[in-house]
Every structure is written in structure tokens, then in C-alpha cells.
Design a binder for this molecule. Structure first.
Ligand SMILES: [Zn+2]
Ligand SMILES: [Zn+2]
Length: 157
């Protein structure tokens, strides 16, 4: 009878070679549990999705068009969206300007400068991706269209 050998010498060498060359598919099953999770983990690491905060510098501009009905900011009037004030990150507090204040200064004074008060209490609306000061918050989210008089009021606040 003799001892039953599972592999010939050649098959044994071949299996070792394959196991070294391709451990994921050819490593003996007894050890596979220990080997494969390492490979699965490294392969399944997807790049982290871009967070909303990286969009900050590419915020849409306030213009007569983007603020009109059907414009890019039309969602500002959609009260089913969450229009919650998100505080600015610490490093952005000095540089972020209320977009409606700037728009008002352009319309009323024809100036691209930042009007007084434009950097006071500015928050981000995530629903609109807009930077707004506290006194402009409700105006921006309620007015269906802005007239010159509305902009004068904003600068007077
Ligand atoms: Zn909003
Ligand atoms: Zn403002």
C-alpha cells in the first residue's frame, strides 16, 4: 500500500511558487485567512470624498441674475432646505465678507470695496453655499427680488 502523497514533488514545488507569486489566489487556504485581510484592506481604501469646506473659495457670485428667480441662488427661497448659519472656520473670520453687503455696495455705489459692517457676524449658509452677515440673513432668504431700495437698506443697517 504505502503512504499516500497528496502532491508529486513537481506539484509541490509548483504550488509553493504560485503561493509566493500570487498569495491572494494561490496561498493554501489554511493560511489564507491571515493573508487576505491585509490585501483587502490596502485595495479597498478609496480616496476620501472632498468635503464641503474645500468649496469655500469657489463660492458662486452674487449678481442680478444669480439672485433673481430661476437664478443660481433660487434655492435661498426653498424653506425645505436647511438654512442654518454655520460659523466660519477660525482662519476665515477676517477674510470672509457678507456677499449681500458687497452686492449692495456694487449696486448702490458702483464700488467693489467692502462696505462697513460687511465683515461683522458673517456665517455660511450650507443650503445656499453663501456667506451672509446676520442682518442680511433673513433678507436674503425671503426677498423674491432685490430692488435698489433694498440694497440701500442693507447698507444702512
Ligand atoms: Zn440659505
Ligand atoms: Zn450683510
Amino acid at each position: 500500500m504505502g503512504l499516500k502523497v497528496p502532491y508529486t514533488h513537481y506539484q509541490f514545488q509548483e504550488k509553493i511558487s504560485w503561493a509566493l507569486l500570487d498569495p491572494i489566489n494561490c496561498w493554501p487556504t489554511k493560511n489564507k485567512v491571515n493573508v487576505s485581510p491585509l490585501y483587502v484592506n490596502t485595495q479597498s481604501q478609496a480616496p476620501a470624498p472632498l468635503s464641503m469646506s474645500t468649496k469655500g473659495s469657489k463660492r458662486k457670485r452674487f449678481t442680478a441674475n444669480s439672485l433673481s428667480l430661476g437664478g443660481a441662488f433660487e434655492n435661498r427661497l426653498d424653506c425645505t432646505l436647511g438654512h442654518f448659519p454655520t460659523p466660519l472656520p477660525e482662519g476665515k473670520k477676517k477674510t470672509t465678507v457678507c456677499q449681500l453687503h458687497r452686492m449692495a455696495n456694487r449696486v448702490v455705489n458702483g464700488s467693489n470695496d467692502n462696505p462697513p459692517g460687511a465683515r461683522t457676524d458673517v456665517y455660511i449658509c450650507r443650503g445656499c453655499d453663501a456667506a451672509l452677515c446676520v442682518s442680511c440673513w433673513s433678507t436674503f432668504h425671503q426677498k423674491t427680488c432685490f430692488k435698489k431700495r433694498d440694497y440701500v437698506d442693507i447698507l444702512d443697517n
